[in-house]
Design a protein around this ligand. Structure first.
Ligand SMILES: [Zn+2]
Ligand SMILES: [Zn+2]
Length: 336
């Protein structure tokens, strides 16, 4: 079968032909229908996350179950469309048992498509417990990108930011995750201000229900300091994390999602005297996967997605790096 594989030290994925994998007793074999591409892939190819071995990349997966192991429950249907919970938790460790399965530290655990085989291929084997059925009205490409580009902002905003009706929320950075973040916060009933450098992204945020949009260049003129309950930083650079600290209210929360820089500055005096909480956010949980698919099915979140043939994965990774992917890109395998 076709597979686009990471090879240590190489800057492009290697497009190869490898044997079709077989499911173990508790696994399902998915025929991939769509696979989302993500900035994390670029971090890996740039050597920032060193993996010593070759694997098939792609951690945002949606596919049809074509075969299942003999211990897999009857709830999982051959022929059904399923999305993969990329953190690939063990289901057994303390984190998994207490509903924090995105933080799983079970023995030998790795993420789908990040250290172990992922979705840039015709087929993928994953543990059956880590798939979630896709509602009938949701397309494979939307489901694939939602597993990260909706799940991550949902976890950051609802669960960690504790955003609720009438919360005042500032969303910084309106890329693939941030624009869905606006929709998540609006769906929760929050009053949302969105900021970015790109006017087109500000327009989109307005279309998705942001109450106010502000170009980052004018943010200091247009927004009062200390005025938001929750600030979500989807960028994670010096400038944006400084803005987050400027605009969060005393006792408020900053949720840091973006990995734009490996270090960000903490201005300790306001942080301490205003008792600001800084919260890191990583991906999302299995339970939240069900919740986001319900919101998408109800039309409360409409993830923006473009599609392209999977064989062009290297081209689209370059386009993503160059900032030329407008929303979120899902790759479709050639043999449908
Ligand atoms: Zn991702
Ligand atoms: Zn676990």
């Amino acid at each position: 079968m076709f597979a686009a594989r990471y090879v240590p030290g190489e800057k492009k994925l290697s497009l190869t032909d490898i044997p079709k994998p077989r499911p173990g007793p508790r696994d399902v074999l998915l025929k991939i229908r769509a696979a989302g591409i993500c900035h994390s892939d670029l971090h890996v190819l740039a050597g920032e996350v060193p993996y010593p071995h070759t694997f098939t990349m792609g951690h945002e997966a949606c596919g049809e179950v074509v075969e299942k192991g003999n211990e897999v429950s009857a709830d999982i249907k051959v022929g059904g469309l399923y999305a993969v919970h990329g953190p690939n938790p063990c289901g057994d460790c303390t984190y998994c048992r207490t509903g924090h399965d995105n933080l799983c530290n079970g023995p030998g655990r790795t993420f789908v498509g990040l250290g172990q085989d992922g979705a840039y291929a015709d087929y993928l084997v994953v543990p059956a417990r880590n798939v979630v059925e896709v509602p009938k009205g949701v397309s494979p490409e939307v489901a694939a990108v939602a597993t990260d580009a909706v799940l991550t902002p949902y976890h950051a905003i609802k669960t960690l930011g504790e955003v609720q009706t009438n919360s005042k929320v500032l969303v910084i950075g309106l890329g693939g995750l941030g624009i869905n973040g606006v929709q998540v916060a609006v769906a929760l009933g929050a009053k949302v201000t969105a900021t970015d450098l790109r006017e087109s992204s500000l327009e989109l945020a307005k279309k998705f229900g942001a109450n106010e949009t502000v170009n980052s260049k004018e943010i200091d003129k247009k927004i009062k300091p200390a005025s938001f309950d929750v600030v979500i930083d989807f960028v994670g650079r010096d400038s944006t994390f400084t803005q987050a600290q400027t605009f969060v209210r005393p006792g408020g929360t900053i949720v840091l999602v973006g990995l734009g820089s490996s270090h960000v500055p903490v201005i300790s005096t306001p942080l301490i005297s205003y008792q600001v909480r800084v919260q890191g956010a990583f991906w999302g949980t299995h339970q939240e996967m069900h919740e986001i698919f319900q919101l998408i099915d109800e039309g409360k979140i409409k993830p923006q997605v473009e599609t392209a043939p999977m064989k062009d994965v290297n081209h689209w990774l370059e386009e993503l790096e160059a900032g030329r992917v407008k929303s979120r890109m899902a790759l479709l395998p050639s043999q449908m």
